[in-house]
Design a binder for this molecule. Sequence first.
Ligand SMILES: Nc1ncnc2c1ncn2[C@@H]1O[C@H](COP(=O)(O)OP(=O)(O)OP(=O)(O)O)[C@@H](O)[C@H]1O
Length: 338
Amino acid sequence: MELDVDTLCAWHGSGPQRTQILDRISLQVPAGELGALLGPSGSGKTTLLRAIAGLHADVRGTIVLGGERLDGMAPEHRRIGLVPQDGALFPHLTVKENIGFGVKRPNARDQRINEMLDLLDLGTLADRLPHQISGGQAQRVAVARALAPAPRLLLLDEPFSALDAGLRVEVRDGVMSALRETHTTALLVTHDQGEAMSMAGHLVVVANGRITQAGSPRVVYAHPVDVWTGRFLGEVNLFETQTDGNTAMTPFGPATHAEQEPGNVTVLVRPEQLRLSTSKGTEAMIVAIRYFGHDSLVTLRSVDQDIEARLRLVGNAAPAIGTRVRVTVYGPVRAFRN
Ligand SMILES: Nc1ncnc2c1ncn2[C@@H]1O[C@H](COP(=O)(O)OP(=O)(O)OP(=O)(O)O)[C@@H](O)[C@H]1O
């Protein structure tokens, strides 16, 4: 079911302490898709999820799910599943009792529990208590519990943040395939840009209770609306320079960008838009290397202008610090008027 949130505002506190947390949030998640809410700590992501679930009282705006208005409706009638950050399983109930907890019809309960155990690969853990399973398994149980009543929308509040890197990918993949199989529309809160971009079809970037940009991960990454959003989605090089309207001069050569007025601009160049060249480009010296296995982030200093920049080197190449290289820039880049 499609989720459509329109000009949602929310406040915390009361009297003189009443503070606006969400400011005219509008977003859509198409039916059966996963949207990601990405933003720094304190930007209002949890408040937004709670407002959609009906757990936050001081709200204004409209929330429509599958054509039905939800704002004003009691939380228990919204048929929305919520997976909190820590899973929050009932400690005294077994895995299968946790999963069956929200299934209202007693004669459908056992079948639904078995479907969820299968879906999230939890069959062998059905009779264990929460303290007898691992963190990754507990998160899968929390998702199974939220999906068991067949919610019209699943809200996931940083459900993977407490898991270590390897386990995170595994649990994420399991949850993604469960969402796909059940065609559940979902909204995932995260402050991990890699997680948001790799999982979601639709990205909503939030800062200070407002949306800075929404769109497909590719569009938001390649065409951020401002420097802040660009920076929040990954490594950037920022160069203060001039443009003739189509091409900006960077320390590593000219770079094309979307047409605009000539003048002073800040140019945003992703590290993968700088490349090493054997024959042409600006002379630079390698001053630092951060090695990640699949690639390295190389810090360079241009020889003539003494400007630092970071370049992504794919693969296992191992240039030495102090090596002189030539660097070129590959557009189109983003240029922002100063
Ligand atoms: N119960 C509350 N009373 C008053 N202010 C609150 C309350 N809960 C949250 N806030 C404030 O509302 C703002 C948004 O909080 P929220 O938890 O929605 O952010 P978030 O983006 O989910 O953050 P995080 O990523 O750290 O979980 C913050 O400034 C926070 O301090």
